[in-house]
Design a binder for this molecule. Structure first.
Ligand code: HAM
Length: 424
């Protein structure tokens, strides 16, 4: 017996019914991004590991990146995220690019994570970034675009929350606890895990990274205060601007959100379903130094990325997917016998000139079987071209939704089909 060949762990197969959902999502992403004047761009899926080593953080580089040696002996990475490629491309062409840049992208990414609900090893991300503005308005606008996207697919603020914080503000809080500058990244990683671990494990982790009991307790205390954003000018401005942009009700301050990537320097945010059943829908924030780290000028950016996995789970859970026909075909032309096949193909070509999507059944089989196929495929109309029809320059038109059947003159066919399809 031949062995079944399995797909690679953590990858997903996209059957046509999955592509429909995928394209529906993409279409909303494209529309929302364009409506705020963002331009589409992309980078290569292969990059060097050094690109991420600069600032993405140890977890992404050492544990999650898919790295392989190419035939020339270079170490190549399948991109785990897009922001470093963006910074590299901006640094490279800084003089010819018209700042501020408003760029969006949609593509595949790879991370060697443990596959689980909401996490895959191969996934898609929508990235949207605004580069070359230091204003908190830029942060508020990109985060508002995320909110507008959720709204466009049918969510409201009682379904999804976008949790916001500011890394500089948190740096001040943790330095007041006696944490040294060179330990900030470690403590941010610790804060990032507070909701992802049990309380005991988290306390142990905190002690393992060198915090004293009194610091751990104070930090835990700080992470429960939900009103302290008023002490941060940037956070106050952020909330004020989202008010101005009409999206304020989607946002909430959360001191526990600091984000896992090392390059963030200011406002950070993460979207979650309100019930917190799923992992983050999207995450992002301000990065001041990434472009200069790639050898460019000091240009600040802000943006976010949303994966396609959790959002699809949530869309399904909320029943937000519209009823989309799984077939692209308007009309199926059946075939009758060998001698008449060329006639079927001729009619199909003619109808395509009128912009109908037409398929011809490829095999000579019983009409019943061809009709059954059309029915299962959700094709609205079937044409039967038998010897009698051809002799009279006629076609039999079957409407599958009600089983009705009419004989139509070939010359009248486009008009009749148009009317029939419009009424479907
Ligand atoms: P990130 O938080 O690493 O940020 O990823 C952003 C989003 O990508 C996550 O919220 C999640 O939806 C999705 N994602 C990440 N890993 C996986 C996975 N293994 N399976 C499924 N989905 C996943 C970044 O990537 C930053 N570069 C975002 C950014 C853009 N910041 C500024 N601009």
């Amino acid at each position: 017996m031949t062995k079944t060949i399995r797909s690679v762990k953590g990858t997903r197969d996209f059957y046509p019914c999955n592509m429909i959902v995928h394209n529906w999502l993409y279409e909303h992403i494209r529309r929302v991004s364009n409506s705020y004047g963002f331009q589409q761009w992309d980078g290569p899926v292969l990059e060097t590991i050094e690109l991420y080593a600069a600032k993405s953080g140890d977890e992404l580089v050492k544990e999650q990146a898919f790295v392989f040696e190419d035939r020339g002996g270079s170490f190549i990475t399948l991109r785990p995220e897009l922001t470093p490629s963006l910074a590299r491309m901006v640094a490279k062409n800084r003089n010819s690019l018209n700042m501020p840049l408003r760029w969006w992208s949609f593509g595949r990414f790879w991370r060697y994570e443990r596959p689980q609900k909401g996490r895959a090893r191969e996934f898609f991300q929508w990235n949207l970034d605004l580069i070359g503005s230091n204003s908190i308005r830029a942060d508020a606008e990109v985060a508002s675009i995320a909110a507008q996207f959720f709204y466009s697919i049918g969510f409201v603020p009682k379904d999804i929350v976008i949790k916001v914080n500011n890394r500089q503000f948190m740096e001040k809080i943790i330095s007041d606890l006696g944490v040294l500058d060179n330990q900030f990244d470690i403590v941010f990683r610790l804060i990032d895990r507070v909701d992802k671990m049990s309380s005991e494990k988290w306390m142990q982790y905190a002690s393992d990274v060198g915090l004293k009991d009194v610091q751990i307790n104070k930090l835990h205390n700080e992470l429960c205060k939900v009103d302290q954003w008023r002490d941060s000018e940037e956070l106050s401005q952020f909330f004020e601007f989202t008010e101005m942009m009409g999206t304020r009700q989607w946002f909430e301050f959360d001191p526990k959100v600091v984000r896992g990537l090392d390059y963030y320097t200011g406002i950070v945010f993460e979207a979650r379903d309100r019930k917190l059943h799923h992992r983050a829908l999207l995450g992002g924030g301000r990065y001041d130094n990434l472009v200069s780290d790639m050898g460019g000028d000091a240009i600040s950016g802000t943006g976010f990325a949303m994966g396609d996995v959790v959002i699809k789970l949530l869309v399904e859970e909320f029943g937000l997917l519209p009823d989309i026909n799984t077939s692209n075909t308007d009309i199926l032309i059946t075939i009758f016998e060998e001698d008449l096949i060329s006639y079927s193909y001729e009619v199909a070509s003619e109808l395509r000139k009128y912009n109908f999507a037409v398929e011809v059944y490829p095999d000579i089989v019983k009409l019943k079987k061809q009709l059954k196929y059309a029915d299962r495929q959700n094709i609205a109309i079937v044409l039967v071209l038998g010897p009698d029809e051809i002799a009279n320059s006629m076609v039999t038109v079957k409407k599958l939704s009600d089983g009705s059947q009419t004989n139509i003159l070939l010359a009248d066919l486009p008009e009749v089909l148009r009317t029939m399809l419009e009424s479907e």
